[in-house]
Design a protein around this ligand. Structure first.
Ligand code: SF4
Length: 217
């Protein structure tokens, strides 16, 4: 039997508490061909900088988080749909695991592609998701609702589980960020409010901390 394609990963995080319901695994995929103006994750654009990773390895890591209170998986990047075969393989493995283990996990995926494009080209992948947040980040528009960078990005609830968990969210949920430290790097997780990253740089500079190799320009 053919092995599933490798997923090119930027980073896996746990727990992520600012991008979806509850405590989540965050899988950041490496490589994005869309390149929205003022994207805060420009470190994920170059596919060659990622780590090719086996789906089984990712699945085993997700499994290890169940005893730590895992509620769902958030897939972002980078552009997940730039790796459609590997993304489909990952979601198939996650779906099988969830069904066998009877776990109430939801799968949420971001994409910078328009919803119509995803529906036309990747309907099978959408069928494996509970929540989709599509459309490119639009810096010129107002900010979006919970977990969305700009107002053009809808929260698409694709399954009954997603509707139960997400249908009654207040649109005014405040933007919150997590910061984790690993391998001498600071990792920002979440959707910043406009101006947050500049404010963070200023605060760090006032305390004598120079940020370098930053991802938002
Ligand atoms: S916001 Fe998302 S889709 Fe847009 S350039 Fe950044 S990673 Fe790519």
């Amino acid at each position: 039997m053919a092995r599933p394609p490798l997923l090119v990963l930027n980073k896996a995080h746990y727990p992520v508490t600012v991008l979806g319901h509850g405590r989540r695994v965050g899988l950041w995929l490496q490589g994005c061909s869309i390149r929205c103006r003022n994207c805060v994750s420009q470190d994920t654009w170059d596919a060659a900088r990622g780590v090719p990773t086996r789906v089984e390895e990712i699945l085993a890591w997700c499994r290890s988080k169940v005893r730590e209170g895992l509620d769902g998986i958030t897939i972002s990047g980078g552009e997940p749909f730039d790796q459609p075969a590997a993304l489909a393989a990952l979601l198939t493995a996650l779906q099988r695991w969830r069904a066998r283990a009877h776990l109430p996990l939801d799968f949420l995926c971001y994409s910078g592609y328009p919803l119509k494009t995803l529906e036309a080209r990747h309907a099978a992948i959408l069928g494996k998701l509970d929540v989709l947040i599509p459309e490119p980040y639009a810096d010129a528009l107002p900010q979006g609702g919970p977990w969305r960078g700009s107002a053009n990005q809808p929260l698409c609830l694709l399954t009954p589980l997603a509707k139960r968990r997400y249908a009654n969210l207040p649109e005014s949920l405040p933007k919150t960020m997590q910061i984790s430290q690993e391998d001498g790097k600071l990792w920002m997780i979440g959707i910043p409010a406009r101006g947050d990253m500049a404010a963070l740089e200023t605060l760090c500079a006032q305390r004598g901390l120079q940020l370098d190799a930053i991802s938002w320009r």
